[in-house]
Design a protein around this ligand. Structure first.
Ligand code: SAH
Length: 232
């Protein structure tokens, strides 16, 4: 079963974009996942194909219209479509690896990309959109956020990553940041690879990596440690 993504956007040319290359691109060609980029403007009904209007209550910018977006969503995700409907939004729940894993285990996603000041609140409620943020900053549109989300999901699909183990040892998978990496040459500008990593002692190496992982997490992301007790 492959993962089916439908993306609603005013800029379908942005897709697959970076996801047409490398691992995601090969998986797309292989049919491990599919991507349908749908032009929201095609669902506008007036002569000028208007998708936005001025904000009720006044203020700067424009708001995407609920009626046009509803038509686009109902086309992309008709009744019976069990895929989650996501809205990329800085007000959403921050995306994390746990949600990425859930999405990757499912049938796909319908992803709405906002533009301008955002979308009419009634649309979010009427179509039960799950708002997802990719971080505490403002993008000019939801498209790069959708690409980020899909990149994170696609690499977890069965067969996409060459070495399946590497996915499980990464940052966040065990609630910690990952340990640092080294590779040849043995010496670089006077800096050596840590002794233990060339010792061949796998137990010691695992302990060192674990230590580094905990140290980095404490230093950089104490919030992650607060989320859960350290796994044993
Ligand atoms: N006025 C809004 C920002 C609109 S930015 C506010 O202050 O909350 C325009 C669009 O970009 C949004 O509708 C959303 O789809 C997308 N976007 C911007 N920042 C984002 C983020 N951090 N995560 C996900 N989507 C984002």
């Amino acid at each position: 079963m492959s993962f089916a993504a439908s993306v609603l956007t005013l800029y379908p040319e942005m897709f697959p974009g970076a996801l047409g290359l490398s691992l995601a691109g090969r998986a797309l060609e292989a049919g491990t996942w599919s991507l349908d980029a749908i032009q929201i403007r095609d669902f506008a009904t007036d002569r000028h194909r208007t998708v936005d209007d001025t904000p009720a209550g006044g203020g700067a910018g424009m708001v995407m219209r609920a009626d046009v977006l509803a038509k686009a969503i109902d086309h992309a995700s008709p009744e019976g479509d069990v895929r989650p409907r996501l809205l990329m939004s800085p007000r959403g729940k921050p995306l994390n690896q746990a949600r990425v894993r859930e999405l990757a285990a499912g049938p796909g996603a319908v992803i709405l990309c906002g533009r301008f000041e955002g979308v009419d609140q009634r649309l979010i409620e009427a179509r039960a959109l799950e708002e997802i943020s990719i971080g505490d900053f403002i993008l000019s549109g939801g498209e790069p956020a959708a690409l980020v989300l899909l990149d994170a999901v696609v690499r977890l699909l069965p067969g996409v990553m060459g070495n399946a183990v590497s996915g499980e040892e990464e940052s966040f998978e065990n609630g910690l940041l990952e340990h640092p990496h080294y590779t040849r040459p043995q010496e670089f500008e006077g800096r050596e690879i840590p002794e233990v990593l060339i010792s061949g002692n796998h137990k010691k190496i695992a302990a060192w990596r674990r230590e580094q992982s905990e140290r980095l997490t404490k230093e950089r992301r104490p919030d992650l440690l607060a989320l859960q007790p350290l796994p044993k």
